[in-house]
Design a protein around this ligand. Structure first.
Ligand SMILES: [Zn+2]
Length: 88
């Protein structure tokens, strides 16, 4: 079961509780039984923000993923043939 983080809206107490997937019911505050809200403990900000490609050593690794299975030599050959064909 995933572990969620909650914060009491009454006394600001923060606590963790594991709930099954899809649970929409929020557990009451363990201190004052007040209303709680779920905190997002693992934000995925880094996916859309800058700084993901911090290393310049690998140029565009995601785009070339499909062709990565072939060797650079095998990749160059069909390109050569295409050039020859266009000349003829
Ligand atoms: Zn509370």
């Amino acid at each position: 079961m995933p572990n969620y983080e909650f914060q009491c809206q009454t006394c600001r107490k923060q606590f963790q509780k594991s709930l099954p997937f899809g649970t929409k019911d929020l557990p009451p505050c363990p201190v004052c039984k007040g209303t709680t809200k779920r905190l997002i403990s693992a934000p995925m900000v880094h996916f859309k923000g800058t700084g993901f490609y911090k290393t310049d050593s690998k140029p565009a690794p995601v785009v070339e993923k499909k062709e990565a299975t072939k060797t650079p030599e095998a990749k160059a050959e069909p390109k050569k043939n295409q050039e020859l064909r266009s000349k003829n």
